[in-house]
Design a protein around this ligand. Sequence first.
Ligand SMILES: Cc1ncc(COP(=O)(O)O)c(C=O)c1O
Length: 425
Amino acid sequence: MTQFEDSRAFAQACDRDDALAAFRGQFNFPVEKDGRAPIYLCGNSLGLQPQLAVDYVNEELANWHHYAVDGHFHTAHPWVTYHRRAVSGFVALTGARESEVIAMNTLTVNLHILMASFYRPEGKRRKILIEAGAFPSDQYAAASQLRLHGFDPASDLLLWAPREGKLHLETDDLAAMLDREGDEIALLLLPGVQYYTGQVLDMATICELGAMHGCVVGLDLAHAVGNVPLSLHEWGPDFASWCTYKYLNAGPGAIAGAFVHERHHNNDRFLHGWWGNRLETRFKMRPDFDAAVGAEAWQMSNPPILALAPVVASLHLFEQAGFDALRSKSLQLTAYLDWLVEKRFGAQIGTITPEEARGCQLSLVVRDRSIDARGLFDKLCELNVTGDWRYPDVIRVAPVPLYNSFEDAYEFAERLGMALSAIRS
Ligand SMILES: Cc1ncc(COP(=O)(O)O)c(C=O)c1O
């Protein structure tokens, strides 16, 4: 790691040395506020707009205009196979094989669709395990799947929690739970990166433990994809899904990604729709379903092209930048921001994100209880800093290597200082 310095000149020098710096110019930033440029550190929630996304959406609007229904087959990127344009990008970011990934639906919808295939309670093996404090949608999805099967979440939804007085999940505790009651657990539904603390979980070991105990493993990669390295094929979860509006910068509600491991590609237990039928026979309009090969078979409807175009555009930027280069910049950038906060404000503000297991995100907490944390967050907003507030007391900030600079990290520290002074006066 670089020896950091607390100066704007140092941050600017890091930006000059940054081989990825030019990507920043390919994104549209939000507006100035009171003459202050935005410090946007919210890629963990909604990534910024790539200019290429605007071009790709406009291209499809023009195709719709000029070719109407013929756009399905007779344009440069026919809509009938448009979703395949996301495959190579997803493969590069997830370590999946081409046949294992698909761009479809949205994240929670995919979790349900995949649970319809993979949550198959039998006898006493019927419980679902999630992490305590999981993102609400995952809690609701898991609990409602249990109810759909006639079970009671009060007894059948298990929570993997941090130890008493601790914040982070320990894989050893999961192993112990599985030793105790693994034969009653049908499904582990766990995140790659915990949304609140920013902890990166040991996904390889989770998959190994699940397989050892005969449990299906599903991963929610909302905060992991485009952020931390993934090797899905090798780790071997049964299924996974991720949204594309956070680190993948594909826009609000953009089409999500899904993964189905190759070993399930002959599985016929899934919900059928015509877009999951092989392309070669799809338009023969037969009554019998003729499944496509791989994850594509899980696709049900013809996808919304205007919401897919930004996914494709954004993945192209990732391919140009290269994920390894992004990850190594990300480690430096987040470490710099963390270092500045600790050096300047360590007595008042700390981070609950584990240094040894993190992506871009830092979850900041106010240590000094005399400071009103929510008031501090509101002051930061006034100063045109965008992070996000997560109830009850966390301010999440995520410097993103594709478009954030070292000077953004420095300027964040400056404005945090201003916000602290303002709130105390
Ligand atoms: C971890 C996690 N799971 C699920 C969701 C829900 O995503 P969607 O609204 O796209 O279904 C989110 C959204 O931020 C999330 O962070």
